[in-house]
Design a protein around this ligand. Structure first.
Ligand code: DSN
Length: 478
């Protein structure tokens, strides 16, 4: 395929959009410029391929296709069937999974599908059985009351948010924390690592229906074999949310005990993080859960997004190529180089390093909150996000951490030497930023001072670092 074809495709698309609403065409163009010019270190972001992006921008978006392949509630779904079946096949092959459900629109959708599949599979509920065999409209008020009571008190044990777990693993403000009677496991206060003995103890005491593994801000490998043994010892279903590290599983960086797919009953993921696909979600599961998972629509989801499923099929096909394994290896090499560069310059890192795609900097070592650090870095052309650290004294809004990840910069082609230079830029900004004060003289968690000339200089250095690695080099919109 000629590189020129990519450029022509995006230019033509923008021309068509511009004829209707030029401000949208301008915003799309501006977003490309911003992404090209900033050092993107958000651990959950990436750059999908032009083929993946283009698979989303078409008339598949116009089609309703509730149901599953070959069993739709709408006529005329033969082409949707083709792309959904392809995406599922690629997913099964890539991850060695028995079953794949590619309809979830996002990570939370995938998790809700999984939670409901487990509830439906595991809970001895006469009311639920009735709901499944009868049309929902036939259920009486008493049936509904019983259903709520029988399902409403199930237990889930997941990693706490401040230890690196995710909002959807039972955090109170999220629906998962309201659906389930929830308890969390944390990390060791000294090492910052998961203490599997403590997880086992919590599981023995709490006896969860679901044990959740997976994280969004834990910089280490997780031993899924041990977590499965813990789940089995208390009769729990073991679910893993691999959204952050799906690319490392696909690329065979995480194998054996560290690959969740052979160990978990059910695995959820997003497709747009390290996996480098379109924005969306997916569920993989053991055969016994497949029927329940396939009821994701209508249980949790409405109509699937056929255009996104088409893009999932493209991205998953890309991830099955040998060069994806090389990409996944480089993600981790880069994260480790970044961590070493930061440590050498005196930064404090949660767990003292990384063995995945992310690094969690405890910026209290620089006398800053996460909020101050995030903004100072942004002023300097470095895009990160603030994140809680374990036992965070500043809470989930201001935080004491900055999470940085390497999937996006690795896609651009930056390597370990450039990660060391990135560490230098990050350290310089954080070391030169000072926490500000409120009008009454009390310390502010948001205000800070950073010399604007220094911020400009760092932003120029960041641009120089990116210059040899243009983003979407074939695409020229001017
Ligand atoms: N928002 C994602 C992240 O940044 O980790 C997780 O959902």
């Amino acid at each position: 395929m000629s590189r020129n074809a990519e450029s022509t495709a995006f230019r033509s698309a923008l021309e068509v959009i511009r004829a209707v609403e030029p401000r949208v065409a301008d915003a799309i163009g501006a977003e490309l410029t911003d992404q090209r010019e900033s050092l993107k270190l958000i651990a959950s972001e990436n750059y999908a391929s032009p083929a993946t992006l283009l698979a989303m921008g078409n008339w598949f978006s116009d089609k309703y296709a509730e149901g599953t392949v070959g069993r739709r509630f709408y006529a005329g779904c033969q082409n949707v069937d083709t792309v959904e079946a392809l995406a599922a096949e690629h997913a099964r092959e890539l991850f060695g999974a028995a079953h794949a459900y590619v309809q979830p629109h996002s990570g939370i959708d995938a998790n809700l599908v999984a939670f409901w599949a487990v509830l439906a599979d595991r809970v001895e509920s006469p009311a639920l059985k009735k709901a499944q065999v009868r049309q929902v409209n036939d259920l009486t008020e008493a049936d509904w009351f019983a259903l709520r009571r029988e399902l409403g008190n199930q237990r889930m044990l997941g990693m706490s948010l401040d230890a690196g777990g995710h909002l959807t693993h039972g955090f109170r403000p999220n629906i998962s924390g309201k659906m389930f009677d929830q308890r969390s496991y944390g990390t060791d206060p000294v090492t910052g690592l998961i203490d599997y003995d403590r997880v086992a103890e919590a599981a023995r005491e709490f006896k969860p229906l679901i044990l959740v593994g997976g994280y969004s801000a834990y910089p280490r490998k997780v031993n899924f074999r041990i977590l499965r043994e813990i789940a089995d010892s208390v009769g729990a279903t073991f679910m893993v949310d691999m959204a952050h590290f799906a690319g490392l599983v696909a690329g065979k960086v995480f194998t054996g005990d560290f690959d969740p797919v052979p160990h978990a009953h059910i695995v959820t993921t997003t497709t747009h993080k390290s996996l480098r696909g379109p924005r969306g979600g997916m569920v993989l599961c053991q055969p016994e859960l497949a029927d329940q998972v396939d009821r994701g629509c209508p249980m949790v989801l409405g109509g699937p997004l056929p255009h996104v499923m088409a893009a999932k099929a493209v991205a998953l096909a890309e991830a099955r190529r040998p060069d994806f394994a090389d990409y996944a290896t480089r993600i981790v090499d880069n994260a480790q180089a970044l961590a070493e560069g930061l440590l050498r310059r005196g930064a404090k890192l949660v767990t003292g390093g990384t063995d995945n795609h992310l690094v969690l900097i405890d910026v209290s070592g620089y006398g800053l909150t996460g909020r101050q650090a995030e903004q100072a870095l942004l002023d300097s052309g470095i895009v990160t996000n603030r994140n809680s650290v374990p036992q965070d004294a500043n809470g989930a809004w201001y935080t004491s951490g900055i999470r940085v990840g390497t999937p996006a910069l690795t896609t651009r082609g930056l390597g370990t030497a450039e990660m060391d230079q990135t560490a230098e830029l990050i350290h310089t900004v954080l070391a030169q930023t000072t926490a500000g004060a409120n009008a009454d003289g009390t310390p502010s968690k948001a205000k800070y001072t950073l010399d604007p000339d220094l911020a400009d200089k760092i932003a120029r250095q960041a641009t120089d670092l990116l210059a040899p690695h243009p983003l979407y080099p074939a695409i020229n919109l001017t």
